[in-house]
Design a protein around this ligand. Structure first.
Ligand code: MD3
Ligand code: FE
Length: 216
C-alpha cells in the first residue's frame, strides 16, 4: 500500500567521495555514538588523555590517548607506535568490540573490505585547538586505509595532496560522521582547523576523533 511519503524526494547522498580513495560517510556512526563515547570514557579511565610533546619540543594542543595492540606516541626522540602507554607504563587498553565493528563496517562501505585495525588514536579537541598539516606515515602498512570517526563539536578538515605545498580543501564534519582515507588518498597531507567555540549536548565543549589504523 503506497502512502503519502512515497513522493517525497529521497534524502541527499550521505556518502561523498572527496578524492580518489577518500570517502565521507555522513552520519554513519550516529546510531552507535553513545556506545562509542562510553567506550572512550572507559579507555580514558585506564589510559588518561595527555598532551604529547613533539620532537621539536612543542606541547600538542590536542590531547590524546590510544587503545589497541599499539598506540601512537610522540616525544623528543620522535613519533612511533608503542605497545605500552608511557604515562602509566601499562599496555594500552584493548580495542573495544564496538570500535572494531564500526571501523570494519565503514571501511567495507568505502570499498576496503577486511580492514582489521590494530591501533586507535583518540584525539580530544577543545575550542581553539587544532592539528597542523601532516601525513600519517608512521604505519608499516600504508596499503590499509585510515578510518576517522567524529564525535561532539563539529570541525573543519583540511585536506591537500601528496605534497605539503598542494592546495587544501575544507570539509566540515559533524557528530557521527565517518571518513575513510585509503588508496591514492592514504598519504595525503591533512589537518584540522582550529575548533570553533560551542557546546555539544553529550560531550560539552569538546570534539573527540577516533582514528583507526593498521600500524603493524
Ligand atoms: C587522511 N586526525 O590523528 S583524520 C590524526 O580529526 C588525524 O583528529 C584527524 O589526522 C582528527 O592523524 C582525523 C583527518 C583527515 C582528513 C583528511 C585526510 C585525514 C586524512 C586526507 C587524506 C588522508
Ligand atoms: Fe592524521
Amino acid at each position: 500500500m503506497a502512502d503519502l511519503f512515497d513522493n517525497l524526494p529521497s534524502p541527499g547522498p550521505r556518502e561523498e567521495t572527496l578524492a580518489e580513495g577518500a570517502v565521507l560517510l555522513r552520519g554513519f556512526a550516529g546510531d552507535v555514538a553513545e556506545t562509542l563515547l562510553a567506550a572512550v570514557d572507559a579507555v580514558a579511565a585506564a589510559a588518561p588523555f595527555r598532551h604529547l610533546v613533539t620532537p621539536g619540543g612543542y606541547l600538542m594542543s590536542v590531547a590524546m590517548t590510544n587503545c589497541g595492540v599499539v598506540g601512537w606516541v610522540s616525544d623528543r626522540s620522535g613519533y612511533r607506535y608503542d605497545t605500552h602507554d608511557p604515562t602509566t607504563g601499562e599496555p594500552w587498553p584493548p580495542l573495544p568490540a564496538a570500535f572494531l565493528a564500526l571501523a570494519a563496517g565503514a571501511a567495507a562501505r568505502a570499498g576496503f573490505p577486511g580492514f582489521a585495525p590494530d591501533a586507535c588514536l583518540i584525539n580530544r579537541y577543545e575550542p581553539g585547538t587544532r592539528l597542523s598539516l601532516h601525513q600519517d606515515r608512521d604505519e608499516r602498512d600504508t596499503g590499509a586505509p585510515i578510518v576517522s570517526v567524529s564525535l561532539g563539536l563539529p570541525a573543519t578538515f583540511l585536506f591537500g595532496g601528496l605534497q605539503r605545498s598542494d592546495p587544501t580543501r575544507k570539509v566540515r564534519v559533524e557528530h557521527g560522521d565517518v571518513a575513510v582515507w585509503g588508496g591514492p588518498a592514504r598519504l595525503a597531507f591533512h589537518g584540522v582547523a582550529p575548533l570553533a567555540e560551542g557546546s555539544h549536548a553529550r560531550v560539552g565543549r569538546q570534539r573527540i576523533n577516533l582514528t583507526f589504523r593498521k600500524a603493524l
